[in-house]
Design a protein around this ligand. Structure first.
Ligand code: ADP
Ligand code: ZN
Length: 436
């Protein structure tokens, strides 16, 4: 195994030292926010907390949460903690849920962001001989610029192709010999499908690894992508409010994402009570930025649900690992009173040999929720015989019932009839209510 590190002294820091560093940085950055962000200072005054109360990690619980509504209430610059003249970059959330929010970075913030993504590239065995095809969207979305920075820092050649123009992506992979691919997992799956449609195989391209994130994806989907593109697929996690991609990254073990804990404190909380949960228990992920200057959020509630694992990792990094988020609390569908995550559905579909091309339709008729899943057939499974299709639908319905504990109607549709995504896939169509 390749045991290389980009910043070994941080990534492998003994736990005691790491906690001490986090505590010192927390105290300093809390003061910075308190002194420079009026909105948050008022929140702290209401909670009776001043910078003198925050001396180390043990004081974390005293700090009030920040949530998405606070970002909306202060749009656009109300949570910025430095003068605008120090801000060199703006990004905005992709707006998957609700209104746009805007974030900013100083030069030093960008430098740290680059370090965070460079750590993953080194962790998965990349160096200056690699060629990275960056098919994340460039622009206000953090994806494109986020991984671009880390790759450039390592001297990796970046092809800033951005998302879209799928056949050209494949042509570039062949002609420019890209060795690493960056994009959303749903776009990676689509690229794999397009490669095949073009009459090519993974042997015709040169990819060895891919870094895919920005949306939930299952282990089944990982295996599918690895096979169709002939690479090792790694997960990366991040969100605009906290920084962008690179808040947490997978190493070669592919067993959870190391959180860059020298820059971010992670907690899991019970989303109902706000109480901290012990490591190993599933809860809402909460991040505190302890080095960021322009837009440092204290105890930001992500609405993402995950689990933390402190067990030592074979790669030698001491940073805690977070599981793949299984979705956001606001992604969770409550159908006829039962909690359903789209990722559970995807798992069942893929275990039964279907591709990750599906749509979940939820509606309401006569005060009862309707729940239908449209699933694409693969060319192999495709059948014109109605009785055969019905049989396959029934099989899938019973497989879903045993996992979800609720009955869904399955409708199989023709191969390639569901729209492909070049960025984050939109899989849920819920007509009962629209998000705010
Ligand atoms: P928006 O909130 O508008 O979608 P972002 O691009 O900031 O904008 O999205 C961040 C969100 O994307 C995270 O809160 C999380 O829900 C999701 N996400 C990011 N990376 C991953 C990942 N590796 N696995 C699962 N979900 C992810
Ligand atoms: Zn590891």
């Amino acid at each position: 195994m390749n045991l290389k590190y980009y910043q070994k002294e941080s990534e492998c820091m003994p736990l005691e030292e790491l906690r001490k560093l986090q505590g010192e940085r927390l105290a300093k950055n809390f003061r910075h926010v308190y002194e420079n962000v009026e909105y948050y200072r008022k929140r702290c005054e209401e909670a009776g907390v001043t910078p003198d109360d925050i001396k180390g990690l043990d004081d974390l619980d005293k700090i009030p949460f920040t949530c998405k509504d606070d970002l909306r209430a202060t749009y656009p610059y109300g949570l910025f903690a430095v003068p605008m003249s120090k801000v060199v970059r703006i990004h905005a959330s992709s707006g998957t849920t609700g209104k746009q929010i805007v974030v900013g970075y100083t030069k030093e913030d960008l430098d740290i962001w680059d370090d965070c993504t460079a750590r993953q590239l080194v962790a998965i065995g990349c160096d200056e001989n690699d060629i990275a095809q960056n098919a994340y969207g460039y622009g206000l979305f953090t994806g494109g610029f986020g991984v671009h920075g880390g790759a450039t820092k390592l001297g990796i050649q970046v092809i800033p192709i951005s998302s879209g123009n799928t056949q050209r992506q494949i042509t570039f992979m062949q002609d420019l010999k890209s060795t690493i691919l960056f994009c959303t997992p749903s776009y990676a799956a689509y690229l794999g499908e397009t490669l095949k449609d073009m009459g090519l195989t993974p042997d015709d391209i040169h990819l060895k690894a891919g870094i895919f994130g920005a949306e939930p994806w299952t282990e089944e989907m990982r295996r599918d992508i690895e096979k169709s593109l002939g690479l090792k697929a790694y997960d990366i996690y991040g969100l605009t409010e906290v920084m962008g991609p690179g808040v947490a990254y997978e190493c070669q073990e592919q067993a959870g994402m190391h959180v860059n804990e020298d820059h971010f404190i992670i907690e899991t909380i019970d989303p109902k009570t706000g109480k901290r949960l012990p490591d190993g228990e599933k809860g809402e992920l909460v991040f505190t930025a302890i080095t960021k200057q322009a837009f440092p959020l204290m105890r930001f509630r992500t609405k993402d649900i995950g689990v933390l694992n402190r067990a030592p990792c074979a790669c030698g990094r001491t940073f805690v690992r977070m599981s793949k988020p299984m979705g956001r609390t606001d992604d969770m569908l409550i159908i006829r009173g039962v909690n359903v995550f789209p990722s559970q559905i995807e798992g069942v579909l893929m275990q039964n040999g279907y591709p990750a091309n599906y749509e979940i339709h939820v509606g309401r008729v006569n005060n009862t929720d309707t729940f239908e899943i449209k699933v694409e057939m693969t060319a192999e499974k495709f059948s014109d015989v109605v009785s055969e299709i019905n049989k396959q639908e029934k099989q899938l319905e019973s497989a879903l019932l045993s996992v979800l504990q609720i009955k869904a109607k399955v409708t199989l549709v023709a191969p390639k009839s569901i729209a492909r995504s070049e960025g984050k896939a939109k899989r849920v169509i819920d007509t009962r209510k629209l998000h705010d």
